[in-house]
Write a protein that binds this ligand. Structure first.
Ligand code: ZN
Ligand code: FE
Length: 256
């Protein structure tokens, strides 16, 4: 996508910080800055300024550099209205359906509670990019710290309904463990088996596995398939009650 440049900045143990540069305007934003170092290094190497922080939720590995980057760049911090008290330095609090102009590129916010109660995602429809924080992972999903299973399932079902060609940018490199668990639940899924082989090879070469596409997640991520007989059947549950299946699946992953 020429309109938007997206850089992956590995941070902490297994986080990804996403640095966005709108080519036409030079507007630069960072999604969930876990720490200052990788962001400053990337900016310095390119001579870029930083204009905004886009937060998805309040956890320290997503807002850790908010105040330091704001002090240094005088930027604007956007985050979830439902959790504004827990987002350091927040300037603009946003909720479901709100839109932000990122230097000429439209970003749309969606409420996706479940991992935390105030989790949002950032959908950039013209760029075909979705920044999902810790709601959806490649091959998995975040832990259910603050939400309920019906809430989390509803959030995932809304993500699943976005355009399948969307690129899914999550905040952690958890793909290999997620896919191994997924294969234990959905062992006859050929697309999943193929993906696990690809990801094993990529990780052996030290390569990242994020972003993925929504189409791949729809086909292989069991947390998006709770209304499918293969996933519900594993737990002896009814695919017509996907929130219950989600609850069982999430609990099984927590024990894995
Ligand atoms: Zn988190
Ligand atoms: Fe996280």
């Amino acid at each position: 996508m020429d309109a938007l440049q997206i850089l992956r900045l590995p941070a902490l143990q297994d986080n990804y910080i996403w640095l966005l540069r709108v080519t036409g305007s030079g507007f630069t934003a960072v999604v969930d800055p876990a720490e200052v170092g990788p962001v400053e290094q990337a900016l310095d190497a390119r001579g870029w300024a930083l204009h905004a922080i886009l937060n998805t939720h309040h956890h320290g590995d997503h807002v850790g550099a908010n105040l330091a980057l704001k002090a240094r760049h005088g930027l604007t911090i956007y985050g979830p209205a439902a959790d504004r008290a827990r987002i350091p330095g927040i300037d603009v609090a946003l909720g479901d359906g709100d839109e932000v102009d990122l230097g000429g590129l439209r970003a749309r916010v969606m409420d996706v509670p479940g991992h935390t109660r105030g989790h949002i995602l950032w959908h950039l429809p013209e760029a075909g990019a979705v920044f999902v924080g810790d709601t959806l992972f490649a091959g998995g999903c975040g832990r259910m710290f603050e939400g309920t299973a019906p809430q989390f399932w509803a959030s995932l079902a809304r993500i699943r309904a976005l355009p399948p060609i969307s690129q899914i940018y999550c905040a952690h490199e958890y793909t290999l463990g997620n896919l191994r668990f997924a294969c234990s639940i959905d062992p006859h899924n050929l697309a999943l088996q193929a993906r696990l082989s690809q990801v094993e090879a990529a990780r052996q070469r030290g390569e990242p596995t994020v972003p993925s596409t929504l189409a791949i997640e729809q086909a292989t991520n069991p947390f998006l398939r709770c209304d499918q007989p293969a996933i519900a059947g594993f737990f002896g549950l009814d695919p017509a009650e996907p929130a219950a299946v989600f609850g069982a699946l999430r609990a099984a992953k927590d024990r894995a």
